[in-house]
Design a protein around this ligand. Structure first.
Ligand code: BGC
Length: 405
């Protein structure tokens, strides 16, 4: 493969509206929290108060050497009632874009990151094909208003993760456990992406549009066992490729969200765990997820080989409240990314999850994913040591990249 070093390499971090902004009162998630999560006190509330403190957060990102930031626009705030677009909220996001520019951060804009307007959810959400119209209308509105501010656009965040938790496992709204619904939503999300892609390109042909796809690194538990290998290939196809295959003609880049290593073992007693064999001796994060930085390399190679589209890490990180793993983890992941880049795989950025601690969906506020710690009592921000380590790594990689060009 020919090395491709043409593009600028972005370093930054990512966030999502519902997890940081606060007061997402017209969303299905807000309702779900009041009805279901209230017992555990897993309520997003004011989140990190990023809706007010965004400029402060971006200033910190700039100080830490970032030159890009992934964030999401909240549909439930833009259109809290069907067809009623809120000018004050659009004005707010205009300020967000201005602030990103002021702090030298290239925006990577996500249009949908799990939470939906409650009215849209009530109509059946993405389960009804006719509802795609509403999503496309909202996306077009954003595209028209922020035609000059946006370049990189992510239509959907982690469609398979959403499908699994919301329509198979019954853990996220609308808490369904139905394979039929799962398949319908899968097909409608693919269609929604394709339609948004076509409509947005009409607004601005220079938009670069893709999705953020959560792909785990699958390995066989026993290298010599063909059944374990069979599971690896099956899961790779179903989880990692199926969705991207369905939208392959409508993507200008692919965003990879990398968190998981899955050891597959064919053992009928493990059918309820989807044949995933836990690694008992591995280092794990506060979420119990195996620390496996090298998995990113194989995933990038795999995506490049199959789709030949520019790739960017749109999320990668660890829940680590003591900050004992994060710095070394970032260092190792970056090393793998840059090795793969040397082989000719076109990777053009790394956006760490997350800039700050935030609301972790059905797990509340305990998991700490931030480069920056949030003190929830008073919203004070404290930069973690790993953020400074990331800053040093950014400086050194940038130097290597400039020396080469
Ligand atoms: C999601 C984020 C989430 C992160 C850590 C990703 O699945 O896009 O919203 O906070 O992983 O769990």
């Amino acid at each position: 493969m020919e090395p491709k070093e043409s593009q600028h390499f972005y370093f930054g971090a990512a966030t999502a509206a519902h997890q940081v902004e606060g007061n997402n009162i017209h969303s299905d998630w807000w309702k779900f929290e009041q009805e279901v999560q209230v017992k555990k006190n897993f309520l997003s509330g004011k989140a990190t108060n990023h809706y007010e403190l965004f400029d402060h957060d971006f200033a910190l990102a700039e100080k830490l050497g970032h030159d890009a930031h992934r964030f999401s626009i909240e549909w439930a705030k833009i259109e809290p009632e069907e067809g009623k677009f809120q000018q004050d909220v659009l004005d707010h996001y205009r300020e967000v874009f201005k602030s990103l520019k002021k702090h030298g951060l290239k925006p990577f804009t996500t249009l949908w990151h799990f939470s939906l307007p409650e009215w849209f959810a009530k109509k059946g959400g993405f389960e009804k094909r006719d509802n795609i119209f509403y999503y496309v209308r909202y996306c077009k509105k954003i595209a028209e208003v922020f035609k000059d501010e946006m370049e990189y656009i992510i239509t959907l965040n982690e469609p398979m993760v959403y499908l699994y938790y919301a329509y198979l496992a019954g853990k996220w709204p609308p808490q369904k456990k139905s394979f039929v619904s799962f398949v319908k939503v899968l097909s409608n999300l693919m269609r929604a992406h394709r339609e948004v892609y076509k409509n947005l390109k009409q607004v601005n042909p220079d938009f670069k549009i893709g999705v953020a796809k959560n792909n785990p690194a699958f390995s066989p538990d026993r290298r010599g066992n063909i059944f374990d290998w069979f599971l690896v290939h099956l899961l790779k196809y179903l989880w990692n490729h199926l969705f991207l295959d369905g939208i392959s003609k409508c993507q200008d880049f692919i965003g990879l969200n990398y968190y998981f290593h899955r050891n597959m073992r064919f053992d009928i007693k493990m059918i309820d765990q989807f044949f995933i064999h836990p690694c008992n001796s591995c280092d794990v994060t506060d979420m119990g997820w195996e620390v496996y930085p090298r998995g990113v390399a194989g995933l990038l190679r795999d995506l490049w080989k199959r789709y030949h589209k520019p790739l960017i890490i749109t999320e990668n990180g660890v829940a680590d409240h003591k900050d004992r793993l994060r710095g070394d983890y970032i260092e190792s992941v970056l090393e793998h990314i840059f090795n793969v880049k040397k082989e000719g795989v076109d990777v053009f950025g790394y956006l760490h999850w997350s800039l700050t601690d935030n609301f972790e969906w059905a797990d509340g506020y305990d998991p700490r994913f931030g480069l920056i710690e949030i003190h929830y009592g008073n919203f004070v921000r404290t930069v973690r040591p790993s953020a400074y380590k990331y800053e040093k790594l950014i400086k050194s990689y940038r130097k290597t990249l400039t020396d080469k060009s």
